[in-house]
Write a protein that binds this ligand. Sequence first.
Ligand code: C2E
Ligand code: MG
Ligand code: MG
Length: 491
Amino acid sequence: NYETERVRKDGKRLYVSLTISPIKDAAGAIRGASAIARDITDRKRAEERIRYLAQHDSLTGLPNRNLFRDRIGQVIVHARRAREQVAVLFLDLDGFKQINDSLGHQIGDRLLRMAARRLQGCLREGDTVARLGGDEFILSLPGLADSNDAILISNKILEALREPFLIEQHELHLTGSIGISLYPADGEDVETLLRAADTAMYHAKEKGRDNYQFFTAHLNDAARRRLNIANRLHRALENNEFSLYYQPEIHLGSGRVFAAEALVRWRRPELGLIAPNEFIKVAEETGLIVPLGEWALREAAGQLRQWHDAGFPDLRMTVNLSPQQLRRPGFVELVKAVLQENRLSPTSLDLEITEGILMAHSQENLHFLQQLSDVGVRLVVDDFGVGYSSLGYLQRFPIHALKIDQSFVNGVGLDPNDTALVTAIIAIAHSLNLEVVAEGVESEEQATFLRAHGCEAAQGFYYSQPISAEAFIELLRTRTFSTSPASGVSV
Ligand code: C2E
Ligand code: MG
Ligand code: MG
């Protein structure tokens, strides 16, 4: 006995219930079978209708709370496996009640249906919008790369609602207040996420409606700032808003400044100087790091030419590279061209790469690094130690120096772990014929410790903050650093 779907000769789809029974002869042996098919299409359609009604809001046709719960349950299971974020949005229409009360339910209902359609228009595939009842809607946005996606969609929704609604002779204005919660940060189950989004929605109401708020206030600010940055970043290059600051690198033995590390700064008209930690990651995500990095390389090389001409021909320049730049075809040629255009020897350029490039273990990265090294520039591993890369395989890369991350340098002489780690890094680096630079040196004690342990070079606020090009040449001309603070001998 079973139910199945069949197609009739005329093409019509039917649901049938089939009952098959054996036909036996007098001796009881099975001789055949009889099948009775009953058309149960009407009953099936009714069942489907009932299921649909149980899962949808009859006014707008959107999923209702039950279906939403089902779907988001599945979405969370998937997100947990894929380690993705999911946003839950709680939307409440501002000003709906007044319209409904003054113009009547019929108009109110039409308005809700139109609003629902606009909401659907804002979604990506896989997103769900459901009506919770009244003028409340809930949305689930799975597969978010980061919380910016939730902001983008929230903005789209707010914008869509702001468009006036034309119903009969009325031009009606609505806005929305949206609360956003994120899986897994704000909760791991539907109930918790909905409650968090609901709370956040009340914050949005308090903030004057027609806006969105994240459940986590901190994230709220951070996320908004990031989006703001992403939006403006691509303009910033054209508008010449970037500049380079330079931090001296000091040879610990002689106390001489032997290099400048170029550190990018973003001068924003209203916001002042922005440090790279705020925008490099966004630049990498948006791909802008490639033109920005090329700009920095050219700018730094031009600057070095000027300093060579100004009487410091041995000064070297250190430029930070993002992994994305390295993988770009033509990068090696770019480096060569920039050196040539500025009549610089390759040995006057140090390129800093991240541990991540080495840890990727890729043959490709090794190939690019080899090509760069063949050009004659020196390769330095920046922020060394934070990536837990094994020192052993540094051997396989054409690396010239390690720059010990400032978090370890910080604790040198104070924290036994940091002290042991820094001492070990220096020793192993030397056994691999690598030079060691310590970054983030802030005190005389740290400098003394590092020198005593054979660290070649240092950089940090103890010597100088990153400074403008003008200030840097001033520093080259006037400042000398003592070899040993105690002896007072200056170079
Ligand atoms: P980094 O290359 O490790 O640069 C060192 C950072 O530590 C700089 O931060 C510097 O200002 C800071 N610093 C130096 N001495 C001290 C000290 O004694 N104490 C403390 N607390 N900090 C110190 P900054 O300039 O904010 O740059 C941050 C990071 O941004 C850089 O880290 C680098 O990874 C990245 N970056 C900067 N410019 C560029 C660029 O042109 N391209 C790329 N791809 N990344 C860049
Ligand atoms: Mg660096
Ligand atoms: Mg560093």
